[in-house]
Design a protein around this ligand. Structure first.
Ligand code: NG1
Length: 570
């Protein structure tokens, strides 16, 4: 198994790379092509900003959530994944407040997410024990400085006071990556506020920094979410690979529609990490080291060279002549036992304490401590088989999308079947499903999905189903009746559409500089500069105002004529 090396050369008709730096837009339609409520939403953010800080933000940064189509729990093992960005995003409005030595982090939904303040020191710790929503902002703030310290060590800007209003739309704890959306948008807002121009904001570099930053919140996260949130592109899914982070756009077959359904079982990743997410990360590392030792490395070599299951591939290839998913899975089944206790693993490692192996990784150490207290046995064989076979399914999924020799209908069937296999593996081998997700997947398949699976970390959250275009309406209805209405008394159609919706690949992160000039400023600028470009801008701004506020059309038109006359006179 490998990555893009084995795939079609990049730049073929079907696959392409996204642009490398973060775009700066001046108009909402450039980001949200079809979101009717978007203007109202930004107005609300601007109003909250004005009320809180008495002014307008310097910039808005936005980053979307994502749905992972295939490739679960393999990013932290170094394997590529295949997600797409969704429409729902987090917006961070920011302005610098020099002289005010604080980060003031407010939220449009202040009742649920109260305003918090932090000092400016970028090395301050994040209080993981007292988990708060604004910890995500603080993590991004720290990460922004780390990125600058490593990318331009000679010109790291001084910290400056920041005033911030956040608004997130990605449902939390649902596997759609609300956390990456807030970390990526916050990091972009901070970097812009510190004076880094968008042309220097490399999407992949920010994604990598955001991934590291999110670990301050306490999860040993993989990197997929931040990568797709930064690099996503409208209309296409993306094959995201790691070390270094890179993405190739993948065109989905005609007629592919994805429906997201929220099981309503909330899985809070940060809080459950020691028994779930971080424990899996530990298990994979242990499986990789033990497997490498079975393949001939001594304990010292294995501990030094092997961090992920992907690192073991060359040793599998050497012994078995190949390292595709099936070969790797067979090697695992032959070489690893079903279960291992902590003492047994420590003995195999020549007496090394596991706490020593994971020293410096607080998330892993917490997971180990809980495992020890629970006398947990690590089912390493199952975990490793999942990772290797899932990694292969990602490559197969992309290959099917790119196989122009097959009709779309056949490609859709193949994709659906890969998604079904993925869910089975997540549930049976990786143990990251739950009753609600399994039920939802079963209902989805019964309602005509070509494939259905959990998406994201699991243990709750959402499923994603592949549904033929012509079946979407009936599918939504069936899931609404059989899952949602059966569980929620009197759910309204608005509420339902938050939990169950068809989605399309959307744009990744962006900065927005939305100039809302008043009429007087427009006149002053145009007359003062006496320049054609300014005059044109003034005319455009006024034209917009005319369109937006038809009721005030007369005074605005008068202003325009004054601008014309004054400039002509100048
Ligand atoms: P969610 O829980 O959906 O944000 C998490 C990880 C990913 C990946 C998936 C499982 C974070 C921020 N994200 O996604 O990197 O490992 O689980 O595939 O931890």
């Amino acid at each position: 198994m490998s990555g893009t090396d084995d795939m079609k050369p990049e730049g073929t008709a079907l696959s392409f790379k996204p642009s490398p730096t973060v775009p700066l837009f001046t108009d909402l339609v450039e980001v949200y092509t079809s979101s009717p409520d978007v203007e109202e939403r930004y107005k609300q953010i601007a109003t909250a900003f004005e009320l809180a800080y008495g002014g307008t933000p310097d910039v808005y940064a936005r980053a979307p959530g994502r749905v992972n189509l295939i490739g679960e729990h393999i990013d932290y093992e170094g394997y590529g994944v295949l997600p797409m960005a969704i429409r729902q995003d987090t917006v961070v409005a920011v302005r610098t407040a020099p002289g005010n030595d604080k980060l003031v982090v407010g939220n449009l939904d202040a009742a649920k997410y109260p305003t918090l303040e932090f000092g400016l020191d970028p090395t301050q710790p994040v209080d993981v024990a007292n988990h708060s929503w604004a910890n995500y902002f603080l993590s991004a703030y720290k990460g922004a400085f780390e990125l600058l310290r490593s990318s331009r060590p000679d010109s790291v800007p001084e910290p400056v006071g920041l005033q911030v209003i956040v608004h997130g739309q990605v449902p939390t704890g649902s596997g759609l990556s609300s956390s990456a959306a807030i970390v990526c948008s916050s990091m972009l807002a901070v970097l812009y506020a510190l004076g880094v121009p968008p042309s220097e904001l490399d999407k992949a570099a920010v994604a990598e920094a955001a991934c590291k930053a999110e670990r301050y919140v306490g999860v040993t996260s993989g990197g997929m979410d931040q990568a797709i949130s930064m690099m996503g592109q409208q209309g296409v899914a993306m094959h995201v690979e790691f070390n270094p982070v890179r993405g190739v756009c993948v065109v989905l077959p005609e007629g592919a529609n994805f429906v997201i359904a929220n099981s309503m079982a909330v899985s809070n990743k940060a809080e459950t990490a020691p028994k779930r997410y971080n424990l899996r990360v530990v298990e994979c590392r242990l499986a990789a080291v033990l497997l490498a030792m079975k393949l001939g490395l001594n304990a010292e070599e294995a501990l030094e060279k092997i961090r992920t299951l992907r690192d073991v591939e060359p040793f599998i290839a050497e012994k078995y002549g190949a390292a595709d998913g099936a070969t790797c899975a067979n090697a695992v089944s032959e070489l690893l036992a079903e279960q291992y206790g902590i003492a047994e693993i420590e003995e195999a490692l020549g007496g090394l304490k596991l706490s020593g192996l994971f020293a410096g990784e607080p998330g892993s150490l917490r997971a180990l401590a809980v495992a020890e207290a629970d006398k947990y046995s690590f089912p390493l064989r199952k975990r490793a088989v999942h990772v290797y076979t899932e990694a292969q399914r990602v490559l197969d999924f992309r290959a099917v999308c790119e196989d122009a020799s097959l009709p779309s209908s056949e490609r859709l069937l193949k994709l659906g079947s890969l998604m079904n296999d993925s869910h089975g593996s997540c549930a049976d081998l990786y143990g990251c499903s739950c009753d609600e997700l399994d039920e939802l997947v079963a209902i989805a398949r019964g309602a005509g999905a070509l494939g259905s699976r959990l998406t994201g970390a699991g243990w709750g959250g959402c499923t994603v189903s592949l549904v033929r275009e012509e079946d979407v309406e009936g599918f939504l209805e069936a899931l609404g009746d059989k899952y949602f209405k059966a569980r929620t008394d009197g759910i309204t159609s608005d509420q339902l559409s938050e939990l169950l919706f068809a989605t399309r690949p959307s744009n990744g992160a962006a900065l927005l500089k939305l100039e809302t000039k008043d009429e007087e400023t427009i006149v002053e600028e145009a007359v003062g500069a006496g320049e054609e470009a300014v005059l044109e801008e003034a005319a455009e701004a006024v034209e917009e105002a005319v369109l937006e506020e038809a009721a005030e059309a007369t005074p605005v038109a008068e202003v325009l004529s004054v601008v014309m006359e004054d400039t002509a006179a100048a």
